[in-house]
Design a protein around this ligand. Structure first.
Ligand SMILES: *Cc1c(COP(=O)(O)O)cnc(C)c1O
Length: 467
């Protein structure tokens, strides 16, 4: 059969709420053209993030009732630990309320001012938590990742030669750990090959540097390895994931992604001494080590989700359905980051809207137009989010897991193509008000008075990784 169907049927439904174009225009004005400031009830299709937005399965909902809410020694903890131990093989697993809590504990214990932490591309909370300790976060993506149009199988890989140069220049004693983010979220959701993980393992071992995975999307990454990397076609996703983890000394994990949970995460390590320090810190701010800031029922949902996510029928559908959105818009002339990644499609807004200079935020302008036209919410990843540091002007359409059906996605495709057909009419935005930090969450905008005026022409952007 050529048709790939959703590998589930629907037992509980949540109505969508429609708005009219006039209502959306009013809501946009009230929100200062910032989609973070629009209430979720006024969104028809929400592609803001794939984090914590998954639909849980019948087995997960059933497991919630088994949640053991004991303060110490909860049975739910041991059920989750058994699943994580079998999957990762790491000696210690510390539950946390979400991924960034695992990051904060790991970097507080390992990093000091003057330290450097390399990664293929740091996620924004990862970078922020490293920098908060006074250490420096360095991105080392392969050079090809700078070109949004390059179609590589493993565009999320780390530049291993650059890693070795960095170690020699910095001195291994100043590098407390190296990380690989699988899949590379800030790098377009692109996968990392097993060969690249092995190469990073080899280099870090040679210099005695601990190696950690940022494993949020480990299952999607495992599926890409199975489909694209020679030698893995007959492996199960679980076997591939086990091998990925076996090459590392520990990991951070957000259960809001590939564990189909609405909250949760964990920190794992093979280092007994670190685990003691991490557990002490956990108790200080997250909670007792057998719940780590979560309810027992959350631990149950994670335990079940971690098993379901490795089912081949799910992963096949997941990756194909993300690609379906990407191909349908790209093949009709909408420039996307190629090839489609695992959890999201990224539109290259600077390329799509060349009449809007970067100073007038083409990604944000496109986000606003997509909401105005069809009630769809996506997120700008460009100059609004990163200021002068932005390498590209992107609009990310993240796909929540098991939430939307193909007809929802067909609606999104149709809306994007309609917007694309009259894209010359889209006007840029200017900032009316902005806070000192993380302005994308709360800045307010207004449309510029006329197209292209009062702004410098679009700068020719030098190549760099997708942020
Ligand atoms: C989401 C994410 C995190 C942080 O996890 P939270 O649960 O949002 O705190 C870290 N790294 C990557 C790659 C992520 O996608």
């Amino acid at each position: 059969m050529k048709t790939i169907i959703e590998p589930f049927r629907i037992k509980s439904v949540e109505p969508l709420r429609y708005t009219t174009r006039e209502e959306r225009e009013r809501l946009l004005v009230a929100a200062g053209y910032n989609l973070f400031l629009i209430e979720a009830k006024d969104i028809l299709i929400d592609l803001l993030t794939d984090s914590g937005t998954s639909a849980m399965s019948t087995e997960q909902w059933a497991a919630l009732m088994r949640g053991d809410e004991s303060y110490a020694g909860s049975e739910s903890f041991f059920r989750m630990k058994r699943v994580v131990d079998e999957l990762t093989g790491f000696r210690h697993m510390i539950p946390t309320h979400q991924g960034r809590a695992a990051e904060r504990i790991l970097f507080t214990v390992m990093c000091r001012p003057g330290h450097v932490v390399p990664n293929n591309t740091h996620f924004d909370t990862t970078r922020a938590n490293i920098e908060f300790t006074g250490a420096r976060a360095v991105d080392l993506p392969i050079p090809e990742a700078a070109d949004t149009q390059a179609r590589l199988d493993f565009k999320g890989n780390m530049d291993v030669e650059a890693l070795e140069r960095l170690i020699q220049e910095t001195g291994a004693e100043h590098i407390p750990l190296a990380m690989l983010t699988v899949t590379n979220n800030s790098g377009g959701g692109q996968p990392v090959s097993m060969a690249n993980i092995e190469a990073v393992r080899l280099v870090t071992s040679r210099y005695g540097i601990p190696f950690y995975l940022d494993a949020c999307r480990f299952a999607e990454n495992a599926w890409f390895i199975r489909q694209r990397e020679p030698g893995y076609a007959s492996w199960t996703p679980k076997q591939i994931a086990q091998k990925m983890f076996s090459l590392a000394d520990g990991c951070t994990f957000s259960a809001k992604k590939d564990a189909f949970a609405n909250i949760g995460g964990f920190l794992s390590t093979n280092d007994d001494r670190l685990a003691v320090q991490e557990t002490n810190l956990l108790i200080l701010t997250e909670g007792f080590p057998t719940y780590g800031g979560l309810a027992g029922r959350d631990l149950e949902a994670i335990a079940v989700g971690l098993q379901e996510v490795l089912e081949p029928a799910y992963l096949n559908y997941r990756i194909i359905s993300t690609g379906y959105l990407g191909r349908h818009i790209a093949d009709h002339g909408v420039p996307i980051v190629e090839p489609p990644g695992g959890h999201a499609i990224y539109i290259d807004a600077a390329r799509m809207l060349p009449h809007i200079p970067r100073a007038q935020f083409p990604g944000q302008a496109l986000a606003v137009e997509l909401y105005r036209h069809a009630g769809i919410r996506a997120v700008e990843i460009g100059s609004v989010m990163f200021g002068d540091q932005a390498r590209h002007e992107l609009l990310r359409l993240a796909i929540p897991r098991r939430v939307y059906t193909q007809s929802h996605i067909d609606y999104v495709v149709e809306a994007i193509l309609e917007v694309n057909a009259r894209k010359e009419e889209i006007r840029g935005l200017e900032i009316a008000e902005e806070p000192p930090f993380l302005r994308h969450f709360s800045a307010r905008f207004r449309p510029v008075s006329s197209v292209g005026q009062d702004a410098s022409p679009a700068a020719d952007v030098p190549g760099g990784p997708v942020r």
